[in-house]
Structures are given as structure tokens and as C-alpha cells.
Design a protein around this ligand. Structure first.
Ligand SMILES: [Zn+2]
Length: 332
């Protein structure tokens, strides 16, 4: 995987793959905090303290941290004991040090059980030693985006775990779940949080970095043609790009790009993936066929004037979002 940069490898490890608990994201946040504090040698005590403080604060949101419907993570148990006054702070840290890291620390560099062969820290008897790679990840202007992505992934996992617990019957009818929980809440904030982090902060149309202050949620096939807000048709874009495209039907290239975007969401176990499958079909071939069927139907009904070809200087092959997306999909 040498063709990937430190940042790309970091994103792979933290944003993709099947997570049955939130530990990996928490460890990622700890590593980020240590780079900020310029710490290279981190003892197990230091790590335990950072980990505990993080969960102690996080768990105020009351969200589940484990995919299993009824069990609790070690961290949920120890934080509850601490908050209930059963154990003191030092005892809690000691407990975390001895019980929470058995799998987490050795497996951070695995993506779906495969070691990616690139280390952000080395394990020693007394703790871990951060490598140059992890410092490279968090250097430069992209640092804040990376931190937000970790946080977004953490929230997504919590939402997915909560969905699983909330109502097993409702989950049987996943489309209904999205009708209730998704469509009615397709305000910009909701979809922005759901999609951000996976698009690596880039505009769907031009591929350039998004400006945090002005992110638009856009219907690729205009709402005027579809009359719905299904997630498979929603992307993030610049305000400008959104306005340029306006209510035009985009060219075929963007539908292909949207097909690939949706497949990436599904492969990365994004909580929206169930809704996308329910709407379009249960295999990649069915989903692609359905999307082009819808697109062609509309294309036949409109005139050439309704179609938008994209910005003039846009070259798909050079679009960084598209390239990294393809790389991702090809690996799986
Ligand atoms: Zn743009």
C-alpha cells in the first residue's frame, strides 16, 4: 500500500472497515492529542488516562459504544463505576490500563483484520512509541478536518449502534426507518453530518476542498424531478457549484460518480448504506441499473437545455476525491 500517503492510510484505518465498538476511533483521538502535546513516548498510564478522560466526557451523550444490543464496553462499565462513586479516579485509570487495551492497541493497524503494514506507533513493554507517520498525519492545515472526521465517524457508529438497539422490528423494515428518521430530517445539518468525513471534505462537483462555512447539501438529480430526499441522491458541494448546477440534470459522468460514491458508503459500513440498499437494490449491479434507469427516464423527458455538463475546466481523472474513492473501491 505504498502508493498511499500517511493521511490516506490514517483515513482508511479510522474511517473505513467494520467497527463493532468505538475503541479504534477513541485511540485515534488519543494519538492526535499526543501529537498536539508533542509526546513521542507514551506510557500505558498516560494512554489509560487519555482514553478514560475521552470516554468520561463522550459518554455524557448517553449513546451506545458497542454493536452488541445488550452488552456494554469495558469503558462504559468503568465510567459508570467512576461516576457512581464506586471507584476513584486512580483506580479507574488502573482498571483501564489493565483491561481496556488487550485488543485495541495491537489491532489499530488492521483494516478488517488485515494488517495494512504501516505503523502509526510501535508497541513496547511499557507503552507505545509514536512514529513520524502519525505526526505527519496531523501536520498542516488538514488537521482540523481530520479531527472532525474522527468525531463524525464516532457519532456515526453510535447512531448505527443505537439504531440496532432501538427497535429490532423497525430494523426489519429499514426503509420505514429511513422514512421516519431520515427523510423528515433531511435538513442540511443532518445530511451534512452524515456525509461529511466520507467525502474527505471535497465538493462532489469540482473535487476541490469544501469551505466549512458554506457547505451545501445538493440533490444530484434535482428534487424537482424526483420528489424525494433519498440519501443515495444527496451530496455535499460548494455553494457556488451548487448554484451553477442549479436545477439542471447533471451529465452522465456525475451519475457514474454517484454510483461509485454510494458503493463506497456501502463498503465502508456507513449507516446510510441500509437506506441506499433498500431504495436501489441489494447488489451493486442492481443499484447501478436502477440509478441509470431513473436518470435515463428523466433524460428522455427533458430537453438538452435542462442538462448541465459541469464546470468547463473540470477533468474527472484529476479529481482527487474521485481518484481516492476509486483506489478505495479497487482495494476491496
Ligand atoms: Zn465545488
Amino acid at each position: 500500500m505504498q502508493e498511499f500517503s500517511d493521511k490516506e492510510l490514517w483515513r482508511m484505518l479510522t474511517l473505513y472497515g467494520l467497527n463493532t465498538a468505538t475503541y479504534k476511533i477513541a485511540l485515534g483521538q488519543c494519538l492526535c492529542n499526543f501529537t498536539e502535546a508533542d509526546k513521542t513516548r507514551v506510557t500505558m498510564e498516560m494512554l489509560a488516562k487519555e482514553f478514560f478522560d475521552l470516554y468520561n466526557k463522550r459518554l455524557e451523550n448517553g449513546m451506545p459504544q458497542l454493536s452488541h444490543e445488550t452488552r456494554l464496553t469495558v469503558m462504559e462499565k468503568v465510567v459508570a463505576k467512576y461516576k457512581g462513586g464506586v471507584i476513584g479516579y486512580d483506580e479507574a485509570i488502573d482498571f483501564v490500563k489493565n483491561n481496556a487495551f488487550g485488543d485495541v492497541v495491537p489491532r489499530f493497524h488492521n483494516l478488517d483484520r488485515v494488517d495494512i503494514g504501516h505503523k502509526f506507533y510501535e508497541i513496547i513493554d511499557s507503552g507505545i512509541i509514536l512514529t513520524d507517520s502519525v505526526f505527519k498525519v496531523f501536520e498542516g492545515a488538514e488537521k482540523e478536518n481530520l479531527k472532525q472526521e474522527l468525531d463524525a465517524r464516532w457519532s456515526l457508529l453510535e447512531s448505527a449502534f443505537a439504531m440496532k438497539r432501538e427497535n429490532a422490528q423497525l430494523i426489519n423494515d429499514i426503509k420505514k426507518f429511513y422514512l421516519l428518521k431520515g427523510y423528515e430530517r433531511t435538513d442540511i445539518t443532518y445530511m451534512k453530518d452524515m456525509l461529511n468525513g466520507y467525502k474527505e471534505g471535497r465538493c462532489f462537483y469540482c473535487g476541490e476542498m469544501l469551505d466549512e462555512d458554506c457547505i451545501h447539501v445538493d440533490h444530484v438529480i434535482p428534487r424537482a424531478f424526483l420528489y424525494h430526499d433519498e440519501p443515495w441522491n444527496l451530496v455535499l458541494s460548494h455553494g457556488n457549484c451548487n448554484e451553477q448546477k442549479s436545477d439542471f440534470l447533471p451529465s452522465r459522468y456525475y451519475i457514474k460518480k454517484l454510483v461509485d460514491r454510494n458503493e463506497r458508503l456501502i463498503k465502508s459500513n456507513h449507516p446510510l448504506s441500509q437506506g441506499i440498499k433498500a431504495a436501489l437494490g441489494d447488489t451493486p449491479a442492481k443499484r447501478q441499473r436502477e440509478m441509470f434507469r431513473i436518470y435515463d427516464e428523466i433524460l428522455n423527458a427533458v430537453t438538452e437545455k435542462n442538462v448541465w455538463g459541469g464546470t468547463q475546466d473540470f477533468i474527472p481523472e484529476k479529481d482527487p476525491f474521485y481518484r481516492s474513492m476509486i483506489a478505495m473501491v479497487m482495494k476491496q
